[in-house]
Unconditional design. Structure first.
Length: 336
């Protein structure tokens, strides 16, 4: 099968013919139809984070495809089912986190396209218990970005505790941000979208953002404070200084939700302002299988739109360059 492989951190990926994987007892073999391109895939390929993947590996955690084979402990009835392979490849299912609905915090979890091979390939194996069925009313093209960009920002809005009439500042309107705008609106928030690209801000307006701020020409802190300050600020940009801007844009009692993870990023918190202002700083890491089902339900009901462009697997390195260069308005999706 054809797959894009990371053979060395920081080096271009190579598209190779490698053996088709064989499903283990509790796994399924999925013929991949689409797979979205996430900035996390670039972090993985560059070895940016302290816990690094083991090379060689196949990235990809927004995989959508059809189950073509099953392991010995999986019912053959599942053959033909269309499923999503998400970041959470598996978890222990027994720890406090797993049994309390926080499986994404499980310390024994495996992550698709990171600690286990992902969906930048014509076939992938996945844990049958952790793939999510894709409803018939959603195209495989749309389902791919929803599997990470969608569920990640949906969870961030939940973690931020957004309630109707609160102001929600979204820092970074791209593959994740254009979904965050929509989920914040669904929760009843008034949305302020912040980015450095006018094209992305126009997309945010089309998706219902109430205000937009180009932080290249306008101080976003001053602009947001002029509106009364943000109740919730969700950071999706990978520039460390943006986290400070988001923190300073909050009104008293505000919540800063950190989602993106810049390489070597550090967030200095002014303790006095945090205490006196009653500010909360929260981390939000993707979403659970239940969250993903809810994301799919909302999309099938017509509540959200996906903005993406089609790419081919052979263009993987160009895709990474375009994403890093800011030439992608929202999401890129490999179609097989």
């Amino acid at each position: 099968m054809k797959a894009a492989v990371v053979t060395e951190f920081g080096a271009p990926l190579t598209v190779q013919d490698i053996p088709t994987p064989v499903p283990g007892p509790q796994q399924v073999l999925v013929k991949i139809q689409t797979c979205g391109v996430c900035h996390t895939d670039i972090h993985a390929a560059q070895g940016d984070w302290p816990a690094k993947p083991t090379v060689p590996f196949v990235p990809g955690h927004e995989g959508i495809g059809i189950i073509e084979g099953v392991g010995s402990q999986v019912s053959e009835d599942r053959i033909g089912e269309r499923v999503a392979i998400a970041w959470l490849g598996s978890a222990c299912g027994e720890c406090d986190y797993c049994v309390s609905g926080w499986e994404t915090l499980c310390e024994k979890q495996e992550n698709s396209g990171y600690s286990i091979d992902g969906a930048y390939a014509e076939y992938a194996v996945a844990d049958s218990r952790y793939v999510t069925r894709v409803p018939d009313g959603i195209s495989s093209f749309d389902a791919a970005p929803l599997t990470c960009a969608g569920v990640t920002t949906y969870k961030a809005v939940k973690v931020g505790g957004v309630v109707p009439a609160q102001r929600v500042a979204i820092f970074g309107v791209g593959g994740l941000g254009h979904m965050a705008v929509q989920y914040a609106r669904i929760a009843g928030g008034f949305v302020i979208a912040v980015d450095i690209e006018d094209e992305k801000l126009e997309l945010a307006r089309e998706l219902g953002a109430d205000h937009t701020v180009n932080s290249m020409t306008t101080d976003p802190v001053e602009a947001i404070r002029a509106l009364g300050g943000a109740d919730v600020a969700i950071v999706l940009a990978v520039i460390p200084s943006v986290f400070d801007q988001a923190f300073r844009s909050l009104r008293r009692g505000g919540r800063l939700v950190c989602v993106s993870m810049p390489a070597h990023g550090v967030l200095p918190i002014p303790i006095f302002e945090a205490v006196v202002g009653g500010i909360s700083v929260l981390g939000s890491i993707v979403g659970t299988r239940k969250d993903l089902r809810e994301v799919f339900e909302l999309h099938e009901a017509g509540r959200t739109k996906v903005s993406a462009v089609s790419r081919k697997l052979d263009e993987v390195n160009e895709c990474f360059d375009d994403l890093l260069g800011g030439r992608v308005t929202a999401r890129q999706v490999f179609e097989f």
